[in-house]
Design a protein around this ligand. Structure first.
Ligand code: GLU
Length: 305
């Protein structure tokens, strides 16, 4: 198994030249473009990894799964989905256009920036500090890593440059989709995006979602089976942004990407997989990460569609 994973990583790595690391958050521009790590964790708790398995990266949009899981657990589907839809959008992850154009000003889904920011604003935890603490606590339980933490330089870098997210949030405040203080809600969003992890952590999180909520490493029930099912469905339809359809055909596994280069993928009842390769395509998805997942899906027959 380890040999096969290493061969897949080695074969995919040269493709990093086809993309670029994200630089719109200046600190992300320091990422190592040719880094590529892969980790697999089965629902029985058997782990394997290859390549740059210890490479630390900020989970970015992958954190949207965590705040959504927290909101669904605390508030229920009806309340959450009255503020954000559940359908894919053909627009980029940070698009503003449709928020104003559509008659109902709800973001399309919780995995694009506007949707995630709206969901965070619903979390019943007072201010940014306690909201972030709750998200971080769930992240630690999903990964069975009690030391996960926010990378402060990435957090500050995004906070001082993120005018696009500010525009989304203020617009949603004007239409009463976003609750509370805009800057405080955004502060939680920037912090959760800056949580730093390695692929092994996210493979455990993927396995927890694959098993229906039981973390295979700690043995803890972290989420309900229903919340896991909703999250997996949204990953399958919206997790790779406007590349979700193509990814479903190429790879055929529910997955969620982040602009730090990470992708977490979930094979229901079987395993979680995580990859990180910071060189991204034009849609914000890791080029080598997708290549690795396609090859792994083919050789292990992991497709769910
Ligand atoms: N923090 C990033 C942003 O808001 C997350 C986007 C992503 O990972 O796709 O732009």
């Amino acid at each position: 198994m380890d040999e096969m994973l290493t061969a897949i990583v080695d074969a995919a790595r040269p493709r990093f030249t086809e993309g670029k690391v994200a630089t719109y958050i200046p600190e992300l521009g320091k990422a190592q473009a040719d880094a590529l790590g892969l980790a697999v964790m089965t629902v029985e708790g058997e782990g394997h990894s290859a390549g740059d398995r210890d490479y630390p990266f900020s989970i970015q949009s992958i954190s949207k799964l965590i705040s959504l899981a927290l909101a669904l657990t605390e508030l229920g589907e009806e309340r959450v989905f009255s503020h954000v839809g559940v359908d894919p959008t053909p627009d980029p992850f940070n698009s503003i256009m449709r928020l104003e154009m559509d008659r109902v000003h709800r973001p399309y889904n919780p995995l694009v920036n506007a949707g995630a920011i709206a969901v965070i604003s619903l979390l019943p935890y007072g201010e940014s500090e306690s909201r972030t603490a709750a998200v971080l606590d769930l992240a630690r339980r999903l990964t069975a890593n009690g030391t996960l933490a926010v990378n402060e330089s990435i957090y500050r870098s995004e906070k001082t440059t993120s005018d696009r997210n500010r525009a989304l949030a203020y617009f949603m405040k004007s239409t009463a989709i976003l609750k509370g203080d805009v800057e405080d809600v955004l502060d939680s969003y920037f912090r959760q995006c800056s949580i730093e992890a390695a692929v092994g952590d996210l493979a455990v999180m993927g396995a927890t979602l694959a098993s229906g909520g039981i973390n295979p490493v700690s043995g803890e029930r972290v989420l309900s089976t229903r919340v896991c099912r909703v999250i997996r469905a949204l990953m399958a339809t919206c997790g790779m942004y406007d590349g979700s359809g193509e990814f479903a055909i190429r790879v055929g596994i529910p997955a969620k990407s982040g602009v730090g280069g990470g992708i977490v993928a979930v094979v229901p009842r079987r395993m979680g997989i995580a990859v990180c390769g910071p060189s991204l395509d034009g849609k914000g998805n890791s080029i080598c990460g997708m290549e690795v997942l396609e090859e792994l899906s083919r050789s292990m027959r992991l497709r769910v569609f």
